[in-house]
Write a protein that binds this ligand. Structure first.
Ligand code: AMP
Ligand code: MN
Ligand code: MN
Length: 324
């Protein structure tokens, strides 16, 4: 499956690996798994990581990451878990310095921005594909690689609970545990640890919740002033959709948060009836059927107008999807 990418790896020495900006567990997990595997092959390889949540600072090797390309040119860029060129952590300049580019991903494919890609939209995590890639490379999956891949799979499957989870996902998780993945510690550090500020942020998100379409749509907005007053970083202010969508009858949960830059990040989750990858793409973003997002563009309009456009469009989709 990965022959072409493996050929590219064989022909390259100076390699960068990059996930997406605002990285989640799958982005970081797949980036570092590829990084460690290629290092074992003797490649001159560097992982790229831009601003990330404090949640991930416990991870080994994380300090080895670069946030930009140091060379004028390099041989190969391996992109993982990155649905579009605009969202790649390595940035436009870093991307353009690559002689060749490849992608290993599981997002709804918008357009091809690399020379060679392996994309499987059916898989719940890029880390699952990367597991297969590393096996095909014939590199032994040691406990560090296993831990990164396990983290990627665990986070993107909601701890193996999302419907995207496949029998193969469990099978690979078993192999990773066999290889020494520190699954219990990873779960504790990622799923069961939060700052006090984050707890207050959750309270605010719930207090500000709005309901639309017979409460099938739940919406909350948090401004940056509130987020920073709780001493929560941009990256740590994620995940509020989880609470909204947990309420029974919710079809779409929407969380809009103002970033320190003033940008409005829209995060959406669907119960399954509405394809929100389509919604996100209409508004210039992307993602998966049940988890998608975009940056709200309020140039030439207002937040209220854009919010209404989004809710109206989702209303139409709700009607369509129920009728269909
Ligand atoms: P999030 O709500 O940030 O967890 O994002 C959920 C999914 O939506 C991710 O897997 C991303 O692929 C996708 N996504 C979020 N924001 C954007 C964006 N601005 N552009 C494209 N895809 C996005
Ligand atoms: Mn991701
Ligand atoms: Mn992913």
């Amino acid at each position: 499956m990965f022959e072409k990418i493996i050929e590219e790896v064989k022909n390259a020495n100076n390699i960068y690996v990059s996930g997406h900006i605002n990285p989640d567990g799958d982005s970081i997990g797949s980036t570092f798994a590829v990084y460690l595997a290629l290092k074992k092959m003797g490649k001159d390889v560097k992982p790229i990581l831009t601003k990330y949540s404090k949640t991930f600072s416990f991870l080994p090797f994380i300090n080895e990451a670069k946030d930009h390309v140091e060379e004028e040119k390099y041989d190969l860029l391996i992109c993982v878990d990155s649905s579009s060129k605009e969202r790649i952590a390595i940035g436009e300049e870093g991307f353009s310095k690559a002689n060749r580019t490849v992608l290993i991903d599981h997002h709804v494919k918008d357009k091809d921005y690399v020379d060679v890609s392996v994309v499987d939209q059916e898989l719940p995590a890029a880390s699952e594909l990367v597991y297969n890639f590393i096996n095909e490379l014939n590199v032994e999956i040691d406990e560090n690689i296993a831990s990164f891949l396990y983290m990627g799979i665990m986070t993107d499957t909601g701890s193996f609970n999302y419907s995207s989870t496949k029998p193969s996902t469990y099978m690979i998780a078993a192999k990773l545990i066999e290889a020494g993945a520190d699954f219990s510690y990873i779960c504790k550090m990622i799923n069961d640890t939060m700052s006090e500020g984050k707890l207050y942020l959750i309270k605010s998100a719930i207090e500000r919740m709005e309901k639309y379409y017979d409460s099938m749509v739940r919406y909350t907005f948090i401004d940056y002033k509130t987020i920073s007053s709780y001493d929560v970083d941009d990256e740590d202010a994620e995940g509020m959709t989880n609470y909204l969508r947990a309420v029974s009858g919710t079809e779409v949960a929407i969380y809009v948060r103002e970033k320190s830059t003033g940008e409005l990040k829209v995060s959406m989750r669907s119960g399954g009836k509405v394809d929100i990858a389509d919604v996100a793409m209409k508004f210039g973003g992307g993602g998966h059927k049940r988890a998608a997002g975009f940056t709200m563009n309020i140039d030439g309009s207002t937040y209220e107008e854009e919010k209404k456009k989004l809710l109206d469009y989702i209303g139409v989709k709700l009607n369509d999807d129920f009728a269909g």
